[in-house]
Design a protein around this ligand. Structure first.
Ligand code: GLC
Length: 542
């Protein structure tokens, strides 16, 4: 397999609204990101996945785009964007644009036109259907609660929206729509961006009349056409958000021979703490044994026919240290554990802003504190269905998207150095303790652990290319794996619990060469008789 730059990359996701405000309006912006590029360079990342910065009325914080060739007023101007691409490049950092083309905003001129009537030339850019028995065309539901169909009084038809009713779905069966998408992608490629993260891309092959949404029959034809018409001629990273991917499906997207994407985000591990067949809000404790099996499966199943992405966090997910770690007394240890476990696996790692300093969830007490449309809609719907307020607030605190979206904690000053104004979402009250300035100053911090992991990856081909082997004969709470490359073997051990754990794998012997650890006094590992402390994690050369 030909080696690609993105196989060696470490990607950092910036959620611009919450990263750094430069003009005091309480909303992060592009000039704010420019100010923090040196920080990102110091961390060592080589690409930024930039959540949407395009013109948007912000029904879903930029994931509802009204102009793909302009910048959101609050975020700045196209000149700022060009400067960001140039300044990032000067630091060997590429900018990966978020591509949201399953749907647009209802304020996009195409939809404004389409709404004007059945014979408007833009009508077929979207999905319109007649009522059935005076009601919605079928039982498709929106991810943001309620039916996926919205009635349009003027024409007496419904339009499809798999997300909010202000995010009408584009009709990908219409060739004109696909051509518009290729055009806007080429516009950004010509500007010199480093690639695309493709929002809910597995939905674009939908067949609404058959109630097929994910993995539709034409999906891969469309992606091959996209590749040919746009980024196929460029050396860029493309990563698809694919909630419904199995390893077999992931190979369809990422086998280089097929000419589709570089890799996908798979969510099998992310779904493990929800009740089977239900929603993300229906909680259950994480089964650690399954977490190991699922991640190990993805490590080995793609072989040379695909490439993994590695992540715990993004702007839609709760903070990992609060979710599966301990954000209380073992905050530092457990945040580092998740870093060590993930960054020494095979694939391209993604860090979500604030993860590198161990930012935590931000609990609320009342629905009035929630900004996110997904949680607000769910709360309203479930309250009507008879759920208790307490249960729903509990679910929002565990899984709500605002957890990831509180402002980046830069320092201990007012509003954590995020803004001189009033932040659009309150800063987590723990910012005096957890912030980037403190993390940079402390050589034993979570930040420096991430930095070291990124360096290990850059300096050791084993981390990028080594084969993965799960060691099974250990207690359930212990995740122990090996990486093999050209005669060298590393072992990575992590105790995912508060209780100490005893490990005996004599065949791995005793090792003195420590690569990284989250307890400062760990010096070697004797696998004949190994005892792991709460949330202890380390890597050694065997
Ligand atoms: C993706 C995005 C999410 C957004 C949704 C609709 O899942 O990550 O933030 O709300 O798509 O665009």
């Amino acid at each position: 397999m030909e080696q690609k730059w993105w196989q060696n990359a470490v990607v950092y996701q910036v959620y611009p609204r919450s990263f750094q405000d430069s003009d005091g309006d309480g909303i992060g912006d592009l000039r704010g990101i420019l100010r923090r590029l040196d920080y990102l360079q110091e961390l060592g990342i080589t690409a930024i996945w930039l959540s949407p910065v395009y013109k948007s009325p912000n029904d879903d914080n930029g994931y509802d785009i009204s102009d793909y060739r302009d910048i959101m007023t609050e975020f700045g101007t196209m000149a700022d964007m060009d400067e960001l691409i140039t300044e990032a490049k000067a630091r060997d950092i590429r900018i990966i644009m978020d591509l949201v083309v399953n749907h647009t905003s209802d304020e996009h001129p195409w939809f404004v036109e389409a709404r004007k009537g059945k014979d408007n030339p833009y009508r077929e850019y979207y999905v319109w259907r007649d009522p059935v028995n005076g009601d919605v065309p079928n039982s498709l539901r929106s991810t943001f609660s309620g039916p996926a169909w919205e009635y349009d009084e003027a024409s007496g038809q419904y339009y499809l929206h798999l997300f909010s009713k202000r995010q009408p779905d584009l009709n990908w069966e219409n060739e004109a729509v696909r051509r518009e998408v290729w055009d806007l992608m080429n516009y950004w490629l010509e500007k010199g961006v480093g690639g695309f993260r493709m929002d809910v891309i597995d939905l674009v092959g939908k067949i609404p009349d058959k109630e097929i949404t994910g993995n539709g029959p034409k999906l891969h034809d469309y992606l091959q056409e996209m590749n040919r018409e746009t980024f196929g001629k460029y050396d860029v990273l493309t990563v698809g958000e694919t909630w419904g991917a199995t390893p077999e499906i992931a190979k369809l997207y990422s086998d280089p021979k097929r000419g589709e994407l570089s890799m996908v985000f798979q969510f099998e591990h992310i779904l493990l703490d929800q009740q089977e067949g239900k929603d993300k809000w229906d909680l259950k404790p994480l089964p650690i044994g399954e977490l190991k099996q699922v991640l190990a499966k993805w490590q080995t199943a793609l072989g040379n026919e695909g490439w993994n992405s590695l992540f715990w966090n993004n702007h839609d997910l709760p903070r990992i240290v609060s979710r599966w770690g301990d954000d209380g007394i073992y905050h530092r240890e457990s945040a580092k554990l998740f870093a060590i476990l993930l960054h020494l696996m095979k694939g391209t790692p993604y860090i979500y802003q604030g993860e590198e300093i161990g930012m935590t969830n931000s609990p609320i007490r009342d629905i009035s504190e929630v900004q996110d449309i997904e949680a607000r809609n769910m709360y309203r719907e479930r309250l009507e269905q008879g759920y208790s307020q307490e249960e729903l607030i509990g679910a929002i605190n565990a899984k709500g998207r605002d957890n990831a979206r509180t402002p980046m904690q830069w320092d201990g000053s007012e509003n954590a150095g995020f803004t001189a104004g009033t932040p659009w979402l309150p800063v987590n009250p723990n910012f005096k303790k957890i912030n980037a300035e403190a993390s940079l100053a402390d050589p034993d911090s979570i930040f420096h652990c991430y930095r070291k992991l990124i360096r290990l990856r850059k300096e050791n081909p084993l981390v990028v290319w080594g084969d993965f082997e799960l060691i099974e004969e250990v207690p359930e709470q212990v995740f122990l794996y090996l990486r093999h490359y050209e005669g060298e073997t590393w072992a990575v051990a992590a105790n995912l619990g508060q209780a100490a754990a005893a490990v005996q794998v004599p065949r791995l012997g005793k090792s003195r060469e420590l690569l990284i650890a989250n307890y400062a006094d760990r010096e070697f590992a004797d696998f004949e008789e190994l005892s792991l402390r709460p949330y202890e994690a380390f890597a050694v050369k065997l």
